[in-house]
Write a protein of this length. Structure first.
Ligand code: TYM
Length: 333
């Protein structure tokens, strides 16, 4: 059976536009194309940096509500919380024993995140984070993993570990492919349009949170950094800000970049900004309502998660018992 899987961290009250356009939008489309879809909230990844327990619990439910509101359908997809599937943590240990220290040290996201905290103070869990991510994927024998560009290196490590294990112990894991949609794989910060949009940027002026007041986001879009030229054209090198706005509008409307560029002939950047803000507002306004409705019924959310964990555990347990057997663990009597 062809399987797709991905995860999004519950590290904020709202997903941002990069999370949606780079990842979740593809999840929604792919749940129809694959036999099985697994979408989960990696709460264990979230605690690799200091995290408030009450906020984590709240954000985990909020993340599930956002996935549902964005179109992830529990009738088509298995939706679960990572910590509800303990087999993932068990598999992580085995994988960590075939991961090289040097190999893990080369992960650029670790280096960036650790540098922000001062490397000495960074948790060992932040260092082994990519191995947990490999276990997330390999436990489910997944073919395709839809992510943004920033996860590419972690997917490469996952593939290396799968191949290494298969070579050493015999065919065990499906080797997954990253599914990265080039046009939308990196949505940029509105104030700093050569850096990716991220909740950990120094300022949040360039960050669009889906659940923010649409007026607030409109203001951020109107203040987006562009360039001193005035022709609306798509040119990542010389017009990164304008290109980012065109990308966002194209992704939210389904209109092609060329079509949008043609529609702005003879118009100013102001037009592009105002219309991009309108398109965003049209998208997030109903979304905010749906998320509120879903959050009002925690029993419903928890039931979806319980069913998801049940299904996910059955599959992960099958992989884990094969792995335990292959590495030579004595089966408990
Ligand atoms: P996370 O939670 O940081 O981000 C969730 C998804 O959003 C994508 N993304 C972006 N895409 C385009 N432009 C941006 N500016 C942008 N910012 C974020 C990310 O690439 C990601 O796809 N380690 C993962 C979560 C994870 C996971 C997994 C993913 C844990 N286990 C297993 C896939 C499979 C992460 O921190 O994503």
């Amino acid at each position: 059976r062809a399987r797709v899987l991905s995860g999004i961290q519950p590290t904020s009250d709202s997903f941002h536009l990069g999370n949606y356009l780079g990842a979740v939008k593809q999840w929604v489309a792919l749940q129809d194309d694959f036999d099985d879809a697994f979408y989960f909230i990696p709460d264990m990844h979230a605690i690799t940096v200091p995290t408030d327990p009450a906020a984590l619990r709240d954000r985990t439910r909020r993340s599930v509500a956002q996935l549902l509101a964005l179109g992830v359908d529990p009738a088509k997809s298995t939706i679960y919380v990572q910590s509800h599937v303990p087999e993932i943590a068990q598999l992580t240990w085995v994988l960590s024993c075939i991961t090289g220290f040097g190999e893990a040290s080369r992960m650029t996201q670790f280096k960036d995140k650790a540098a922000r905290q001062g490397t000495e103070g960074a948790a060992v869990g932040l260092f082994t984070y990519p191995i947990l991510m490999a276990a997330d994927i390999l436990a489910f024998q997944v073919d395709s993993v839809p992510v943004g560009e920033d996860q590419r290196q972690h997917l490469e490590l996952t593939r290396d570990l799968a191949n290494r294990f298969n070579t050493r112990f015999g065919e065990t894991f499906t080797v997954p492919d990253a599914y990265i949609v080039k046009e939308f794989a990196k949505i940029y910060d509105l104030q700093n349009p050569t850096a990716k949009m991220s909740k950990s940027a120094d300022s949040d002026a360039g960050l669009i949170n889906l659940l923010d007041e649409p007026k607030r986001s409109a203001k951020k879009i109107r203040s987006a950094v562009t360039d001193s030229d005035s022709v609306v054209a798509f040119d990542r090198e010389n017009k990164p800000g304008v290109s980012n706005l065109l990308t966002i509008q194209s992704a939210l409307t389904g209109r092609s970049i060329d079509e949008l560029v043609a529609s702005y002939e003879g118009k100013q950047y102001g037009h592009l900004k105002v219309e991009t803000a309108e398109v965003l507002s049209d998208f997030v306004t109903p979304l905010r309502g749906k998320v509120d409705e879903l959050l009002a019924d925690t029993d419903h959310l928890d039931a979806i998660l319980a069913a998801g964990a049940h299904k996910a555990r059955a599959i992960a347990a099958t992989t884990l018992s094969d792995v335990y057997d292959k590495v030579g663990f004595l089966a408990p009597a």
